[in-house]
Design a protein around this ligand. Sequence first.
Ligand code: GDP
Ligand code: IMO
Ligand code: MG
Length: 429
Amino acid sequence: MTSVIVVGAQWGDEGKGKITDYLAREADIVLRCQGGSNAGHTVVVGGVTHALHLIPCGILNPDTICVVGNGVVLDLKVALDEIKTLGEQGILCKNLVISEKAHLIMPYHYTMDEYQESLKGDNKIGTTKRGIGPAYMDKAARQGIRLLDLMEWQPFLEKLDYNLKEKNAVFANAGLPIIDEAAKHQIIEEYAAYREQIAPYVGETVYRVNEALADGKRLLFEGAQGSLLDIDHGTYPFVTSSNTVAAGSCIGVGIGPTKIDRVLGIAKSYCTRVGAGPFPTELEDETGEQIRQLGHEFGVTTGRPRRVGWFDSQVVRYSALVNGMTDLCITKLDILDTLPEIKVCTAYSYQGKVIDRMPSTLAHLAECTPIYETLPGWQADTTACRSFRELPTNAQKYILRLEELTGMPISIVAVGADRESTIVRKEMF
Ligand code: GDP
Ligand code: IMO
Ligand code: MG
């Protein structure tokens, strides 16, 4: 039995997609467990780029079973578009199973997301506007519509009725167009079509996944978002609406924590964040812009420029803690290839004291200033390196220093977007 959870160790976009695809070759099942199409996972194989939002990155291996778990909020339009695009690229989703317990994103969730953001004004979260928060709100309020409701149809119609009553009251009060009978009819038609198209992929997944585990199959959990975006452990309220940490993966597919062997955190060699919220090591200067351009730091889902900063060991240490991380992977080492020197945040200075903990409140976090250590760059191309020894000495030293500062063994280093641009120091399976 081997189960490996891949989680983002920062604020998302760490390269989870690339590493999941790399490890998927040795896995029997790859699973998405939480989040929805707010995720944008890029995988480059043989020069072809795939941007996946809902379908697990394991889909690029023809024999790998891919599961979209109960914890995911499912946008059927996005899922079906993705299946179609993959099909056009010759990638068939014959091994894709979507949990019937997954909750559906409905058109009114998009409107609510937009509306809630507009109400927040200057305090807006900067969501992906994909309806994620409102869909999880309905799930928690026990009024969400699940895929199994859609498949049965009558429960879908009843739950839609209830939800429209509630949403229309909010929309009318906000001066937004309500969903009238004609608009409701349109939703029903739209979802009737989705129902037919998605049917071949819908199934029971909890027994199936647990049976596979009992049969000694290898499971790879593809985390979405990052640990600092976790609804409980992230920089609340500037977070997403699901548990992005490793424990969330268990809930999101219905397996127990005793079944997990490794938790692999993914962190960039620097740090990025999209959307609003604290980011202690953010660089709002020329160096930040330089790294943004070198790293092509623009969102896969929204196209927004990502905020860029130095590697923050405090963030990754905290992330290691809340995930029970066993291994760390550093991606995008190559992006630092040309820099003469590189800074790393070792701790924070807070009210004149050095602290090595992340404060719980945003006001306290805002008062923290990073304490930096400056390391010499290597100013050499690392993209062709395939073993740790081939890396320039200063790049090796950088990785070893990050190991010391985070307290985590760095088992994988990525030096390029392509699948092959990967250095493995310790096998995961
Ligand atoms: P995810 O959401 O964690 O899967 O990450 P994204 O796909 O949103 O963003 C990571 C970006 O970096 C993608 O464009 C990847 O193709 C790219 N990438 C991942 N690892 C590396 C690497 O080691 N080097 C370079 N140059 N690009 C990488
Ligand atoms: P992947 O899986 C980076 C951020 C949004 C926003 C906050 C809340 O590609 O790493 P939401 O739409 O979820 O309600 O937005 O979370 N966010 C992400 N940032 N990568 C992601 O996914 C993200 N998914 C959500 O930018 O700040
Ligand atoms: Mg992403």
